[in-house]
Write a protein that binds this ligand. Structure first.
Ligand code: NAD
Ligand code: MLT
Length: 526
């Protein structure tokens, strides 16, 4: 078979591939050039340079796998690949240590003005006073995202006697405690940290999460590091915070546009930059090249691809029955995890005769919906169970196929003494046919929409009106509403379809309405 390698990868990986197949290494190709040549290949191997667009995927008529030597898959149109039946596999672990070490290097370079001092001395200046730095010892390092890289950064920072705190709404507190890291909410992290480093994937939720208002909450003189993904920190807001003097310095390895030609971030002397070098070490490049080669070879041998982020193998007859429920399960998973973020058990219950078949795909879709909220696009049907296992999340599936009731799926999450459920069904095709029928045992009947608010309140007068008044006053249009009867825990549920995102400030005001227990925003990609 033929393999195209379109970004440079280490020879160790190429050799493995060449032992079994014909390999062409052609780097720096444009989208049009890739569209032209991709029909001749069975596998494509890339790093972050190649953008695997829908056009390329659609032109690939015999491609079995796209292998990504690295973690981020934001340069691959994964839904297009999945639709076309192409496995997408990454190498999640090979460059973790390199990325963590680069983060520490950037933090120290920032603290001691090393890049600026280096340039100054090479320009024949001898200026020791100008480049006086600060120690990191006894400083607070705030880590946003405590996954593979975040943990390794935290361990190294602790070795330098920093106090490490972290914000990661998807990590249970005991896990952080084992590592000697205090889990805090984001506002606290922003207020108390001397250094803030981000280690999340780029998702709808993390894009722009470090914004003007969040810079406003930080300590004057804070230092910022981003070796994760461009865009997690709003780049314009960062420039304003640096120019305004709030931020003493920033160290960036990643940018919204790479290369960041002409970016205002390249101007301030106290913003130091590297060209996406986090994974650029000999060790990491060998590790990711070997890992990606193994995944590609497995796919071409029809063996299981352990780091595949998409594609289940379900028989076509079962698939045709369950296919309409796959999207529903994912939407329900995405709804419920936004109502209860800390959980260690997921229960998926299928009710109705239609579910007397292979439901693995639907369960995987439910898991993906739940886990994607924290992990972004790296979670997919194939790897969702492994991720759940790694995170010690128990997954239970049950069926009640004798029931004559409406065919429905219920997803429940529980943890920390709390549990919440959502039930949905299909009344027609596609997104328009989806209905939410129950939340926490309270009957409702409402269509999911991109922006929802789900609140729990006492069932008595003068609660719903004041909530809606707040939204109306803020110009938020309510296009759908359901209020349930009293549920099993003596509370009622209100679900609102709203036309736009509702800020935390507005929701906080809704939460203070007398009789409201809670109000959560739910954002869905439909
Ligand atoms: P990971 O999936 O192991 O960890 C990500 C963590 O972010 C998870 O624990 C998740 O719970 C958390 N998270 C998700 N959404 C969050 C939110 N809204 N708020 C707070 N936390 C949230 O990923 P990783 O391997 O540690 O990689 C982290 C990032 O670093 C990724 O963006 C990856 O692409 C990037 N990376 C960059 C380089 C580089 O060359 N600069 C190298 C490796 C990894
Ligand atoms: C990754 O996601 O693995 C890193 O950004 C490194 C890379 O793209 O090579």
């Amino acid at each position: 078979m033929k393999i195209l390698v379109s970004d440079p990868i280490a020879d160790d990986g190429l050799e493995l591939l060449r032992e079994e197949h014909e390999v062409d290494v052609k780097t720096g190709l444009s989208e049009a050039e890739l569209v032209d040549i991709i029909p001749g290949y069975d596998a494509l191997v890339i790093r972050s340079g190649t953008k695997v667009t829908e056009k390329i995927i659609n032109a690939a008529d015999r491609l079995k796998i796209v292998g990504r030597a690295g973690v981020g898959v934001d340069n691959i149109d994964v839904p297009a690949a999945t639709k076309k039946g192409i496995v997408v596999a990454n190498t999640p672990e090979g460059n973790t240590i390199s990325a963590a070490e680069h983060t520490i290097a950037m933090m120290l370079a920032l603290s001691r003005n090393i890049p600026q001092a280096n340039s100054s001395l090479k320009a024949n200046e001898w200026n020791r006073k100008k480049f006086t730095g600060v120690e990191v010892r006894n400083k607070v390092l705030g880590t946003v995202g405590l996954g593979r890289v975040g943990i390794e950064v935290a361990k190294r920072a602790q070795g330098m006697e920093m106090k490490v705190i972290a914000y990661d709404p998807f990590i249970p507190a005991p896990r952080a405690k084992e590592l000697g890291i205090e889990l805090v909410d984001l506002d606290t992290l922003l207020r108390v940290s001397d250094y803030i480093t981000v280690h999340t994937p780029l998702t709808d939720e993390t894009r722009g999460m470090i914004s003007d208002s969040r810079f406003g909450m930080m300590k004057p003189g804070v230092r910022i590091i981003n070796c994760a993904r461009g865009g997690i920190i709003d780049e314009d807001a960062l420039v304003r915070a640096v120019d305004g003097g709030k931020v003493a310095g920033a160290a960036l390895d990643v940018f919204v546009n790479e290369p960041p030609t002409g970016s205002p971030l390249l101007r301030p002397e106290n913003v130091i930059v590297t060209p996406h070098l986090g994974a650029s070490t000999e060790e990491a490049q060998v590790a990711v090249a070997v890992d990606v080669a193994k995944q590609v070879l497995a796919a071409l041998r029809d063996e299981s691809v352990t780091t595949a982020i998409n594609l289940p193998q379900v028989r076509s007859d079962a698939m045709s029955v369950v296919a309409p429920y796959i999207a529903l399960a994912e939407v329900l998973g995405s709804i419920i995890v936004q109502l209860i973020r800390k959980f260690d058990a997921i229960e998926i219950t299928y009710t109705g005769r239609v579910f007397d078949t292979d439901l693995r795909m639907v369960t995987l879709a439910a898991l993906k919906g739940v886990l994607s909220q924290s992990m972004g696009p790296t979670v997919n049907y194939v790897n969702a169970p492994t991720i759940a296992k790694e995170r010690k999340i128990k997954v239970k599936e049950s069926k009640s196929i004798e029931s004559d009731e409406v065919q429905s799926i219920t997803i429940g999450l529980s943890g920390g003494g709390e549990s919440r459920t959502v039930t949905g069904a299909l009344t027609g095709e596609g997104v328009h046919g989806m209905r939410i029928l129950d939340i926490d045992g309270c009957k409702v009947d409402i269509a999911p929409s991109p922006y929802l608010i789900v609140s729990r309140h006492e069932n008595r007068p003068n609660i719903i009106g004041p909530c809606c008044m707040i939204l109306g006053r803020e110009g938020i249009n309510i296009s759908g509403m359901q209020v349930s009867e009293i549920g099993p825990d003596k509370r009622s549920i209100m679900i609102l379809n709203v036309d736009s995102e509702v800020s935390d400030t507005i929701l906080d005001e809704v939460r203070t309405v007398d009789g409201v227990f809670d109000a959560e925003p739910v954002r869905l990609r439909l």
